[in-house]
Ligand binder design. Structure first.
Ligand code: DGJ
Length: 678
């Protein structure tokens, strides 16, 4: 082996440069460090043999020893995939680090694979997907926190000495309080257009942890570097790894740029649409969902009426939400029936496929809501399988929304969850859309199935099982589109999105708040996957709700039978607009233009840059403002005209770099502008 071997994962980038030291240790040059920076950091430090900060890995060997050491035994680069095999010189324990680069997007995906040949199981207490070191004078962390109805709230802070952790311990519905990603701005606060930025997101529907640790300052210390450990949350998740098993971490996705947050967001959007999201290069359907229109109160005549009106207005898909199932315990509210996936005849008038056929005959496709990972204790499923739930066996069980989580660490339950959907879809070939809901997190993590010494692997086995279920369903039912939902945006990770087309961003559909929620998601997710529906929440003007929904995957949750003639025409026009612009919004590049107390503005530019759509959302009375448009062709002149209604905006012509004057506007007098190159 050469004394120091270089492995540049993204050639030419200030990021992900590995070195193999003479003694075989794998080192990294901190991201954004100058090329001649001498001090290398370990690339994947194990605990227990010299390293005293947070480790990438901590293992308790079969004999109880707690010391880890890893030396490179093999390193290979094949195309964009770099693989480094590390082995402990003393124990038969091996970690393979994999790095998959996507140079055109400034993206590297990283994961670790752990195997061993010790005499019995080893226990893994820490198991990072990635351990990255950054170089800089200051580090500003942007996270996206929240709760039900307040998802993706942007918050930024400068990181000081010590440790900062962003995580989820919810087990399931893990994004209820935080998106599984962040942005780090180096040397300055996060700016939309300027500065070194690193975005990270973990492709994993389970617990995650992002840990940031500034190196201790002091003489001879690396006080300008910071370690970032990312991966599954080690909290409550010690994993006994048997000699014959392979332990693979989820992928950590890194995206790097030097031109601010906007650049890394657009890079992630393009990469995700091209390489991750199922059919990410196809626009989503214009959808009518009955949840906020009817809640649990519907019957076949009501649904038929909605189908007819939906078809007349130009909707493409009708989505039947919660409340269509249950036998002994009909699901007429959320207290019972969950788990009993038999249609209620009186409510849907036949089989699911009979109903889907009626929808198709009216002229709309048909989708259905399910929540197969959950059960109401008041259900036939629970009566038959009380040991299929996640609870602590010696305690009273704790209900959330009157329901319990099913234990997907049990292969029998995993098979059942798959079969729920597989049966519905196999028996109902006219169903081509599914909304997969998941309305509670885990508060008593215990499994009747797992052995005592494996109980703490529940948080790892469950997400692995759910991903397998998603994968099997996607391959067996390839034409069925999938919306992820989790009591709003509780499941939005790129691991799940590999098998899904979109996610329900939030139950908060008041467009006033949706503007902010969709803004927050846009840092890590393209508009293609952000389901955005018009409802009556907030009692805002319908046109404002339509304009806000037009900047995501457009849909509606209104009772079409209750609309006034004016509202009907506003919706009809909104649907026509959605059809005309969705290719630009969902498949184009997004620019966040403006966010003040009174007004937000976002812009989408088509891949050929010939067309663009600008949304202006006054969330309060808003003074005149200028917008600096972005992403346009440098040489072209564009016609600017208002679409989706006439609010008095005078058309004009504009070039890249010009300011576009938006006159003062009252609250909610939103504006949609279309730009076309002349
Ligand atoms: C929570 C979801 O976020 C809603 O959209 C709706 O599907 C309900 N569950 C149904 O119970």
């Amino acid at each position: 082996m050469d004394s120091v071997t270089s492995l540049d994962l993204l050639p030419g980038w200030p990021f992900a440069r590995l070195r193999i030291a003479e003694d075989g240790r794998l080192l990294q040059l901190p991201a954004f460090a100058p090329a001649d920076f001498e001090t290398h950091a370990p690339a994947y430090p194990p605990a227990g043999n010299g390293w005293i900060l947070e480790p990438a890995l901590r293992v308790i060997h079969a004999n109880g020893d707690t010391s880890g050491d890893l030396r490179v035994v093999e390193a290979a680069q094949e195309g964009n995939l770099t693989t480094v095999v590390l082995r402990d010189p003393v124990y038969p324990f091996e970690v393979t680090l994999s790095f998959l680069a996507h140079p055109e997007y400034g993206i590297v995906e990283q994961w670790a694979t752990i195997v061993h040949e010790e005499e019995g199981p080893v226990t893994l207490t820490h198991f990072a997907s990635s351990f990255l070191t950054l170089f800089g004078d200051s580090f500003h962390l942007t996270q996206f926190h929240g709760d039900w109805g307040r998802e993706a709230t942007v918050a930024e802070e400068a990181l000081g000495p010590g440790i900062k952790i962003l995580d989820s311990k919810a087990g399931v519905r893990t994004n209820q309080f935080r998106l599984p990603g962040f942005l780090l701005s180096v040397d300055q606060p996060l700016d939309e257009e300027d500065g070194k930025v690193l975005a990270g997101t973990l492709a994993w529907p389970g617990n995650f942890q992002f840990l940031f640790e500034r190196e201790p300052a002091g003489e001879g210390r690396r006080d300008r570097t910071m370690g970032v450990r990312t991966g599954m949350n080690p909290f409550g998740s010690e994993y006994r790894l048997r000699p014959e098993e392979t332990f693979m971490t989820p992928r950590m996705v890194w995206c790097v740029g030097t031109q601010g947050a906007g650049e890394v967001s657009r890079r992630i959007h393009r990469w995700a649409r091209t390489h991750v999201i199922r059919e990410g290069d196809r626009v989503g359907p214009i959808l009518l969902n009955n949840w906020e229109a009817t809640y649990f109160n519907f019957d076949a005549p009501k649904l038929h009426s909605l189908f007819e009106k939906a078809a007349d207005l130009g909707f493409e898909t009708f989505l039947l939400d919660d409340g269509w199932f249950g036998r002994k315990y009909p699901r007429n509210d959320d207290t019972q029936g969950l788990g009993d996936w038999m249609p209620i005849q009186e409510k849907i008038g036949g089989t699911i496929n009979d109903l889907a056929l009626v929808a198709n005959q009216c002229g709309v496709r048909f989708g259905i809501w399910v929540e197969p990972e959950m059960v109401n204790p008041k259900s036939e499923l629970y009566e038959a399988h009380p040991d299929w739930v996640i609870v602590q066996r010696n305690r009273d069980y704790e209900l959330r929304r009157h329901q319990l989580n099913l234990d997907l660490s049990n292969p029998e339950v995993e098979e059942y969850v798959f079969s729920v959907l597989d049966t519905i879809l196999s028996e109902s070939p006219n169903v081509d859309f599914v909304k997969w809901d998941c309305n509670r997190y885990v508060t008593q993590p215990g499994s009747f199935h797992l052995a005592p010494e494996d109980q703490s692997s529940l948080f790892i086995r469950y997400p692995r099982a759910i991903l397998r279920v998603f994968q099997r369903l996607a391959s067996k039912h390839p034409v069925v589109q999938l919306m992820l939902c989790s009591g709003g945006g509780g499941r939005v990770d790129y691991g799940s999105l590999a098998f899904a087309h979109e996610f329900w961003a939030s139950d908060m559909t008041d467009p006033l708040h949706r503007v902010d929620i969709q803004w927050g998601y846009s840092y890590l997710y393209p508009a293609r996957v952000v389901a955005a529906h018009v409802t009556r929440w907030g009692e805002r003007p319908i046109k404002f709700g339509v304009d806000v929904a037009l900047s995501g995957r457009f849909g509606v949750d209104l009772d079409l039978d209750q609309l006034s003639p004016e509202e009907t025409e506003t919706l009809r026009r909104g649907i026509e607009t959605a059809k005309a612009i969705r290719d630009v919004v969902q498949l184009g590049d997004q620019y966040r233009l403006l966010r003040t107390e009174s007004c937000s503005s976002v812009m989408f530019v088509s891949p050929d840059q010939e067309r663009a759509i600008v949304f202006v959302y006054p969330v309060a009375d808003s003074p005149a403002t200028t917008l600096r448009l972005k992403g346009l062709l440098p040489e072209a002149e564009y016609d600017v005209r208002e679409i989706n209604g006439e609010t008095g905006f005078a058309p004009e012509r504009i070039r890249l770099g010009d300011d576009l004057l938006i006159p003062a506007r009252p609250a909610f007098a939103s504006l949609v502008l279309e730009l076309e190159a002349i």
